[in-house]
Design a protein around this ligand. Structure first.
Ligand code: NAD
Length: 496
């Protein structure tokens, strides 16, 4: 069994604690993927020291050259796409087709970063005084802490690490404890692509230990976090106190609206993919379906019929449509929400229990689950479940559907199916979310567009596209006065 180590200052080194843990396959918990270190603050201390030292050199490498290293990383990922995807499926359960997509998102992000190395645009603007030039440059910030979840184990670290490096920062990366092997592969690729020693450091371990040590370290100037709103609030609190830059991508309770004029076949395909893709474990997963009352009964009937046919199993099999949940505690959590849904009066019409057929007995499988007649004050309508559970609710009309969708503390993704262009445009204007899809499901972000949400989904930053470069750089305003005399802004005028 392979025993993994931390990656600090360009070397694979054991944790000072000597403690380890096993990483297991959620589709078959007898299968151990690898043994990983359970590090502590001392390991983080070493990683930060290396990152700080490397920063002095890395920040001086021209951005187009940093970009070339990331292009090489993207090429290596492309060559190893299948190997990475298979490892991901074994490590966190998503089906192979989706795992390939996850790796592809990392590849796309690397190539985008390569291009951005020759842009990193900023602003120039005229000065109010003669013989004076004014412009703005982007500068790196320093050492960043990168803390990631398990549901996109290559894509999410890539979204953060690649732009952070392109801007000239160095990083200490702590992946989720459930997906350390994918993180190790990604870092291995970055080193092979030519990222200098100390620029990327990887420390395995628990959030409460390694994560907290990163968060509280005074030399870490920024923290980029994706995960639950609960942990995100803690991160925001510490970063606020220590005045660190902090970007938070948090939970979602995404809804799909289907209006009576919509193409119902298309809307049905959309909700099945949005709700049960990645076993509902996407931050953008569809967990609420809002149907206009005229189509409520007929749509539900077709939905149940299709959901019952979803093929559950090990994601390595090409015909599997839905894999397991990430671990037993997540499966219990999902099951508890289902029990609460029943207790609060929602009608369970599909699934609602563990799936333990054949070899699935050894994994954390759960049936695709649908509740109908859900009311807005119910727990299953309001809280993020992060599993294959869909709550269906009836809306009186278009305006009511928008009101119901907005009745959430989250605001990540949203979707509306309609053929009425006026309603679609009004929905784009009125929906409170960072992302709105028209005639497409709530999932399926593309890496070159801004990604993030409103309300409790984050703190206003947008990863992805060009906007992520605002997170990982700071603006410096430069004035060059070539008049040869003292000119005072707001006091002197341009007139002789
Ligand atoms: P989580 O919040 O439990 O953990 C995320 C990371 O934070 C892990 O690496 C964990 O070890 C670490 N962590 C935990 N406690 C910490 C602490 N006190 N200090 C520092 N780090 C700590 O989330 P998860 O279960 O891994 O992922 C699921 C959640 O992520 C869901 O809520 C989902 O919506 C969210 N998510 C959001 C997005 C987005 O872009 N908005 C994308 C994917 C997932």
């Amino acid at each position: 069994m392979k025993e993994y180590k931390n990656f600090i200052d360009g070397k694979w080194v054991p944790s000072v604690t000597g403690k380890t843990y096993e990483d297991r396959n959620p589709a078959n918990y007898d299968e151990v993927i690898g043994i990983f270190p359970q590090s502590n603050y001392e390991d983080v201390e070493r990683a930060v020291k290396a990152a700080k030292k490397a920063y002095e050199y890395w920040r001086s490498v021209p951005a187009p050259k940093r970009g070339e290293i990331l292009r090489k990383a993207g090429e290596l990922m492309l060559q190893r796409k299948e190997e990475l995807a298979r490892l991901m499926t074994q490590e966190m359960g998503k089906i192979l087709k989706e795992a390939r997509g996850d790796v592809q998102e990392g590849i796309d992000t690397a190539f985008y970063a390569f291009g951005e190395g020759r842009r990193l645009f900023s602003y120039t603007t005229p000065s109010e005084l003669p013989n004076k030039m004014a412009f703005v440059i982007r500068q790196p910030i320093g050492v960043w802490g990168i803390i990631t979840p398990w549901n996109f184990p290559i894509a999410i670290p890539s979204w953060k690490i690649f732009p952070a490096l392109l801007c000239g920062n160095t990083v200490v990366f702590k992946p989720a404890t459930d997906t350390p092997a994918c993180a190790a592969k990604l870092v291995e690729i970055l080193a092979e692509a030519g990222v200098p020693d100390g620029v990327v450091n990887l420390v395995f371990g628990k959030g409460g230990e390694v994560g907290e040590a990163i968060l509280n370290h005074p030399e870490i100037r920024g923290v980029s976090f994706t995960g639950s709103s609960e942990v995100g609030k803690r991160i925001g609190e510490v970063c606020g106190k220590m005045l660190k830059k902090c970007s938070l991508e948090l939970g979602g309770k995404n809804a799909q609206i289907v209006l009576k004029d919509a193409n119902l076949d298309l809307a049905l395909e959309g909700v099945l993919w949005g709700a049960f893709g990645t076993t509902g474990q996407r931050c953008t997963a569809t967990s609420r379906l809002i149907l206009e009352e005229e189509i409520y009964e007929q749509f539900i009937e077709r939905l149940i019929e299709r959901a019952k046919k979803i093929k559950i199993g090990n994601g390595l099999k090409e015909d599997t449509e839905m894999g397991p949940l990430i671990n037993e505690s997540q499966r219990k959590r999902v099951d508890e929400y289902v029990k609460i849904g029943i207790k609060e009066g929602a009608k369970l019409v599909c699934g609602g229990k563990y799936y333990e057929e054949g070899e699935c007995k050894k994994g954390f499988f759960y049936e695709p689950t649908i509740f109908v007649d859900v009311k807005e004050d119910m727990t299953i309508f309001q809280e993020e479940i992060f599993g294959p559970v869909l709550s269906v609710i009836k809306a009186k009309n278009f305006e009511d559907a928008i009101r119901i969708l907005n009745n959430s503390r989250y605001g990540l993704s949203s979707s509306i199916y309609t053929n009425d262009i006026r309603k679609a445009a009004k929905a784009i204007e009125m929906i409170e979310a960072g992302i709105t899809y028209v005639n497409a499901p709530t999932i399926g972000a593309e890496c070159h567009l801004p990604f993030g949400g409103v309300k409790e989904t984050g703190n206003g930053h947008r990863e992805g596209g060009w906007t992520v470069y605002d997170i990982f750089s700071e603006l410096k305003t430069v004035y060059i006065d070539y008049s040869g005399i003292l000119q005072k802004a707001q006091i002197d005028t341009w007139e002789k």
